[in-house]
Design a protein around this ligand. Sequence first.
Ligand code: HEC
Ligand code: HEC
Length: 391
Amino acid sequence: MTKYRFTPQTYRSFALASLAALALSTGCDEDQSAEGPPKSAVPRTYGDAPAAGAPAAPQVDPAAVLAAAKPLFGALDAEAKNADNPWTAPKADLGRMLYYETRLSKNHDLSCNSCHDLEKFGVDVREIDGKRAKTSEGHKKAFGDRNSPTVYNAAFHLAQFWDGRAADVEEQAKGPILNPVEMAMPDEATVVATLKSIPGYVEAFKTAFPDSADPVTYDNMAKAIGVFERKLVTPSKFDVFIAGDASALTDAEAAGLKTFMDVGCTQCHSGALLGGNQFQKLGSVKPWPGAKDEGRFALTKSAPDKFSFKVPSLRNITETAPYLHDGSVESLEVMVQKMAEHQLAKGSLSDEETKSIMTFLATLTGDVDAEYIKAPTLPDSGPDTPAPDAS
Ligand code: HEC
Ligand code: HEC
């Protein structure tokens, strides 16, 4: 079973402890409600201290921010359920093995984890010249055109890939293994033959799919990987907050959430994932300079879909640089400013607004379940298992 390493209580004490450490809490008012006046003697402010004579920085009432946020967001579920592929421990155990399995690649050198490193928030952290590569290196050092999105919480998205071309994680999992610039296996039959050549997999598929007459199939492989991904979930203190505990965020974080809502990021980044639930045009307000990838247009051929992409989730966003479908933006701060410029009628953010939003975004960095993602021991090859093929 999944066991999260935090409980609402942990975050509550964390939040309270940091408030105390910041000396912001002078008899401070967990029960402060939207109605009553603040009981705190110290005004709860955010941003830099106002210069003498300047108007006082706006006060923030976390309970009021929570009330405004509730209809726009939600807490993460522990599992992204799929009625057609229910989660079972044997399926997830098999899926975990397959996720780390390099023999699903032509040259036995790439697994899902190469481009979606589970210990690194599910993205590709391999570097070129000391910097994370914008796109991922696949078979024979080929590079695709798109940045590897995180697999954490991805199973909740309305569809998979930047352009939404796969319906769900089960369908998605069938793609990279056969993609010539990714794992480069020649066809499904070769993948199935490889799995059947490994006695440990024949057993594991039988246990995971007890009702299948022929358990080792390409579809069942994708189902097992999908089931494993359905619990790659990273709850954070934002979940404790949005579930109703206004003290789970510091004043500065709650103020950042208020800024995020006030400037209109929530037009697109909403729901439990702060994204993942709609497609939108990159450059909806002001065209994106040098935009090449036409996104969803390639699928739908519908003019309004030109340059439109799935709105990415902002969960763990501090950890998943570089940003955008092409990995072209390295810094989160620049990314936030560019969003205001190209996606919002407002057109720009003050430094203080940007800083405030950054403070909020950090609350979305969650807890990875180290036990669940632990790399398993993989079964030995059999006499007929194909050799690595670098060609
Ligand atoms: C060589 C690098 C590479 C490998 C190996 C790879 N992926 Fe990916 N993955 C990507 C890239 C790049 C994308 C985005 C492509 C696009 O949107 O067109 C992606 C997209 C995804 C997505 C969609 C997430 C989202 O937000 O839409 C999931 C889920 C995923 N991969 C899971 C897997 C699994 C499971 C495997 C192993 C079977 C795997 N990947 C192997 C690079 C890789
Ligand atoms: C009109 C819709 C819209 C609005 C409003 C919007 N965004 Fe976005 N955002 C997107 C889309 C679409 C993308 C992905 C575009 C791409 O990859 O080319 C994106 C990408 C991002 C990314 C990069 C995510 C990643 O994983 O690469 C961040 C960070 C972000 N937005 C933050 C914000 C913030 C902060 C605001 C408010 C200042 C905001 N967005 C407003 C639609 C929007």
